[in-house]
Design a protein around this ligand. Structure first.
Ligand SMILES: Nc1ncnc2c1ncn2[C@@H]1O[C@H](COP(=O)(O)OP(=O)(O)OP(=O)(O)O)[C@@H](O)[C@H]1O
Ligand SMILES: O=C(O)C[C@@H](O)[C@H](O)C(=O)CO
Length: 325
């Protein structure tokens, strides 16, 4: 099955949410306590997805709030440099800071992230900073779940989703669960369900769908039965290295295999997966093929040091798929 988008739009994808800083341990295979140097990259799941999309040749835009400091200027200039339209990135005027994510790479299997996200600029995006004229230029609005964690960002996202639906822009909801800024799992489930039920496509890990459904050990069939009673017509449920599934409202199920690689670190997999999966859908490829694109892109990024700068080109993805076929 192919997925249809409104062809007459200037932007393939506009992402909304956080654009932050990743500080990835330069000396890896050790605990963070022993890490003395970090390499700086742009980070934040929706920013990574916009970067991945742009590197694949899609026309991408970004809506989000960045600090009025050196980090904010680095984020904006890096994103503009890879071809993203940053005209709707708002510079905070109240001294708020960029979110910082330190990554720990103890071994390829044992990776974790440590987030500093108190009073971060991205969660202060407000609804008056989300503009219908911009959103209606897109085929896809990519929404990050973390942006729902607090007001006023929460209302900004709800406004963006409403405008997208009004203007025939597909709403893609990346669950992107990060516990740090949420008050409670109940709140998470309330806002996740609210947006998931209005979205066209939902992408998340099995564990993230459990957050949405406020349960443990949820089964894909229950998730699919629940969400297909609402707006979504395509659901992607990821199971880490065990691969991923796509379910359509027509009842089809597709399985995507993960491509084995020499893993450097595991984070960044989800964002690279999302950008390449959406690229393939936008290019009119079959869902089965889109799963291959997502998995191949993730396999490339987990073998490299960053989540954003390491995003692959179409040629790299196609070459990997061909080699593994
Ligand atoms: N160790 C791995 N080796 C190769 N591919 C992987 C590996 N881990 C994940 N992937 C690929 O990436 C996809 C997404 O991974 P995962 O389910 O871990 O997403 P995620 O938890 O959202 O990622 P992230 O860690 O970036 O938040 C998987 O479906 C798989 O194709
Ligand atoms: O999403 C974040 O805020 C952190 C990311 O940039 C980081 O690289 C990561 O964990 C990606 O999965």
């Amino acid at each position: 099955m192919k997925y249809e988008f409104n062809a007459e739009r200037e932007f393939d994808i506009i992402a909304i949410g956080r654009a932050c800083i990743d500080l990835n341990a330069t000396e890896y295979n050790r605990p963070m306590e022993e890490t003395m140097t970090f390499t700086k990259y742009v980070g934040g799941s929706p920013a990574n997805i916009a970067i991945g999309s742009s590197k694949l040749g899609l026309k991408a835009g970004f809506i989000g709030k960045i600090p009025d400091d050196q980090h904010g200027r680095f984020i904006e200039s890096y994103m503009r440099g890879v071809g993203i339209d940053t005209s709707n990135m708002v510079v905070d005027q109240e001294g708020r800071k960029a979110g910082l994510t330190f990554t720990e790479i103890k071994s390829p299997e044992e990776c974790s992230i440590l987030m500093y996200r108190d009073e971060v600029a991205d969660l202060y995006l407000n609804s008056s900073e989300v503009h219908e004229e911009y959103i209606k230029k897109a085929k896809i609005l990519l929404v990050s779940g973390t942006a729902l964690a607090k007001s006023p960002s929460r209302e900004a996202i709800l406004k963006a989703v409403g405008l997208a639906k009004k203007n025939d822009v597909k709403v893609i909801f990346e669950l992107d669960y990060r516990p740090y800024t949420w008050k409670s799992v109940e709140d998470t489930a309330v806002y996740y369900a609210l947006v998931a039920e209005q979205s066209d496509v939902v992408i998340g890990t099995r564990e993230e769908y459990d957050m949405l459904e406020n349960k443990t050990n949820g089964q894909n069939k229950e998730t699919v039965d629940y969400l297909f009673k609402h707006s979504p017509d395509l659901l992607v449920i990821k199971h880490g290295v065990d691969g991923s599934y796509a379910y359509t409202k027509l009842g089809e199920i597709f399985k995507g295999q993960a491509y084995k690689t020499k893993v450097l670190k595991t984070f960044g997999a989800g964002d690279s997966y999302a950008s390449a999966f959406l690229y393939a859908l936008l290019k009119g490829k079959e869902i089965e093929n889109a799963l291959k694109f997502g998995s191949a892109s993730a396999s490339i990024v987990v073998s490299k040091h960053s989540s954003s700068d390491a995003m692959p080109t179409v040629e790299e993805i196609e070459e990997l798929i061909a080699v593994k076929a």
